[in-house]
Design a protein around this ligand. Sequence first.
Ligand code: ADP
Ligand code: MG
Length: 596
Amino acid sequence: MKASNYADQPDQKIHWRVFQIIWPYLLEYKTRIFWAVVCLVLSKVASVSGPFLLKHIVDAFSADAPVNVLVIPVALIIAYGFARFSMILMGEIRDTVFGRVTERAMRKIGLEVFRHLHYLDLEFHSERRTGGLSRDIDRGIQGISFLMRFFVFNIVPTLLEIAVVVALLFYNYGLSFACITLIAVLLYIVCSMLITDWRTDFVRQSARADSRASTICVESLLNYETVKYFTNEQYEEERYDEALKKWESAKRKERLSLLGLNTVQALIISVAMTLTMWLAALGVADNTMTIGDFVLINAFMMQLFLPLNFLGFVYREIRGSTANIENMFALLDVTSHINEVTNAPDLKISQGAVSFQSVSFGYGPDRPILKALDFTIQAGKQVAIVGASGAGKSTLVKLLFRFYDPNNGKILIDGQDVRNISLKSLRQAIGVVPQDTVLFNDSIFENIRYGNPQATDNEVMQAIKLAHLSDFIADLPDGVATLVGERGLKLSGGEKQRVTIARTILKQPPILVFDEATSSLDSQSERSIMAALNEISKDHTSVIIAHRLSTVVDADKILVLHQGTVVESGSHLELLGVNGRYARLWAAQLRDRSPA
Ligand SMILES: Nc1ncnc2c1ncn2[C@@H]1O[C@H](COP(=O)(O)OP(=O)(O)O)[C@@H](O)[C@H]1O
Ligand SMILES: [Mg+2]
């Protein structure tokens, strides 16, 4: 695991709760767990029997009676080799068998969190950084993997083995051996944990210094040109070295504290070893023990303390892992504000009339955006909504799509309150070409097909034609297979908008909403696209939100939105007749344009 992963680990304790959470996910593979435990036991039996075989080999040599070298020791040596091999093999099989259980749990939990995140409302997602979310999931999933590997199959079995060995020592050699071993192990564990707790801070500091240094390095190189423009190379070097200096000193503390940890561990082991071997030597001297016993005790001590070597590291990692898992599961506890009523029926669209009835809404309590908004869009008609930037036009679309619910009033589609129908049927009925288009980093073709994954190639090509993309695509060396880049960055704003329009055409929803869908186009393309939009929205209820009034003159009805309410409504000519806000906007836009 890379050091930078520690950088923002907040926690100091093991969250035992996560074992409770994970447990049900593991139970899916009961037989696998059973076999993994069998392998575990076998491997421990093999591991414990090793020193006993060693004892018999040594005793065979030191027996007074002449030994048949070729019979007894050879058989024992082979048995010893076999025990070592079985111990390792059983351990490997155990990991392989259990790997499936861990991976299935990781998959199920990963999918569950992913599904939950999609279920959560837009409000949640507007407030969380997506990068942070995916890191939370990633770390949680890796935490589960680590926990399984090290806790289930390292710490717990080692503790079991210690218990068995202590019992065997007690049974075969008496209390003092058992006591020394037990006390040494306990002391070792407690000291490792305490020292690890103490030095976690240093580890974290050095990880933080490390990531700060690399941030400075990356940022400086990204701004290569700026650095040159101002010949600030030296300044940059000093800044970088400053960060490296902090890293160096943090690293020093980390290193020294590790020295402390390792020294204490080594001291405990050595004292315990010396004591037990001294006792064994006394036993050999007064003939109550054989040389084989002496070797056995030595072998046990080595075997016991070896896996404990990693205890500090494993302990710290387990703490981090449980915190990360807890973090990930905390996401599952977040609930959505946008919920379906139980057994919500599907939306039944007969014509697609939309009506807002005294709808009020604000993103926060202290700033109302829409105030008692009232309007109706008759089925099959085209309505345009105009108004200054920030008037709440896009907000209105979000309410219709039920990304948010109004604070007051209701929104009806063909007489059905959007809150009482299933979200899926509602959202299937509405096609939105949003103001800010984001694309998947895939080909143009696949991005368009996203509107309806079942569409045939022909239907996609048809949509491309309707959205006036054919000429643009013909110019591309790779045609429809051209990749659009991260979030669609390789396309111009207008090209992106047309891709989204094609995608929405493919969805064929009864209600269409174009939220400034042509704002990034020049007047020429805008006119031709508007012609296409009018074509596809024929017989559909459609809402066109536009900035340039020239694009909405043909709408059946125009709503002028100002400070959260509809201040004027009517056809283009009617509104000019009223000679109010709309007429003034129209005059202003005409004036801007006329010199050309
Ligand atoms: N998620 C949000 N949280 C808080 N305020 C928002 C949010 N989205 C939009 N707003 C605010 O709501 C107002 C209306 O936004 P919007 O509906 O996008 O305006 P427009 O009419 O330009 O489409 C703006 O002042 C904007 O700052
Ligand atoms: Mg908008």
